[in-house]
Ligand binder design. Structure first.
Ligand SMILES: C[S@@+](CC[C@H](N)C(=O)[O-])C[C@H]1O[C@@H](n2cnc3c(N)ncnc32)[C@H](O)[C@@H]1O
Length: 230
């Protein structure tokens, strides 16, 4: 049985996980990146310290770091227990075991919390919520969305997905989304509708395999760009 979650939970991934999930090259990392639904990931904290320009946006950022950490602490045992009780659903190639996964999640949120105050003061963490963001048209080359769109297909309908992706494409020339599975480890039921609608709107897409796999079969990333004919 797959993991069941009633609400979006503040689990955050590391910079290295983002690089692997999104096949990020040095060229990708050399441009300003908008990372949507970034939550307590340490992508911004670690990336900024490496000299990259990363803007994170998430509704969670209206809270203090200590509140976000408290929420993490409140749910982490339950989520880890669900993972341990469903061994066939997970692949232990990147994270080597449930305890390694927990350690990596704790490290990520710790780095996020350490950076959040300064990052917020520097404007690197904005409060914002799909399907509408406030950034100007074409203000980023690359937009990323990790573990929100498609993952929460049961909570958000296909119109929300399409509107959210169009909003990211209004702001970013290229958008990448990972994973394409739901929390129940099923291919998102919204994917075909979204891809057909994007084609009609003049975008092209590609589903790329990536080296990151934790949810079994969750090793595919969607990349969307304007169509060369568009
Ligand atoms: C599972 S977390 C993923 C965090 C991070 N992207 C990562 O992969 O480590 C999902 C995030 O989606 C955020 N979220 C929920 N509703 C959202 C919305 N409408 N627009 C943008 N982000 C949203 C939550 O606050 C949460 O931080």
């Amino acid at each position: 049985m797959a993991m069941q979650l009633d609400n979006v939970v503040p689990f955050g991934r590391s910079f290295d996980e983002y690089v692997t999930m999104f096949n990020l090259t040095p060229t990708d990392l050399g441009q300003p990146i908008l990372s949507v639904a970034d939550g307590p990931a340490s992508f911004n904290a670690e990336g900024t310290s490496l000299g990259h320009r990363i803007q994170s946006v998430d509704p969670l950022y209206c809270y203090q770091a200590r509140d976000i950490k408290q929420r993490f602490d409140a749910v982490v045992d339950n989520i880890m227990a669900q993972i341990e009780n469903t061994p066939d659903d997970w692949v232990w190639s990147y994270h080597h075991s449930p305890s390694d996964l927990r350690k990596n999640r704790e490290n990520a949120i710790q780095k996020f919390c350490q950076d959040f105050g300064q990052g917020k003061a520097e404007g690197r963490y904005d409060v914002g919520e799909l399907p509408q963001l406030t950034y100007p048209d074409a203000s980023y080359n690359l937009g990323l969305c990790s573990h929100f769109l498609f993952l929460y297909s049961e909570q958000f309908d296909r119109t929300f997905h399409l509107d959210s992706i169009c909003e990211m494409l209004r702001i970013c020339r290229e958008v990448r989304i990972f994973p394409l599975l739901t929390l129940s480890l099923q291919p998102s039921p919204h994917l075909h509708f979204v891809l057909a609608a994007l084609e009609n709107l003049g975008y092209q897409w590609e589903i790329q395999p990536v080296a990151y796999e934790l949810q079994r079969n969750g090793n595919k990333m969607l990349k969307i760009t304007p169509s060369v004919n568009g």
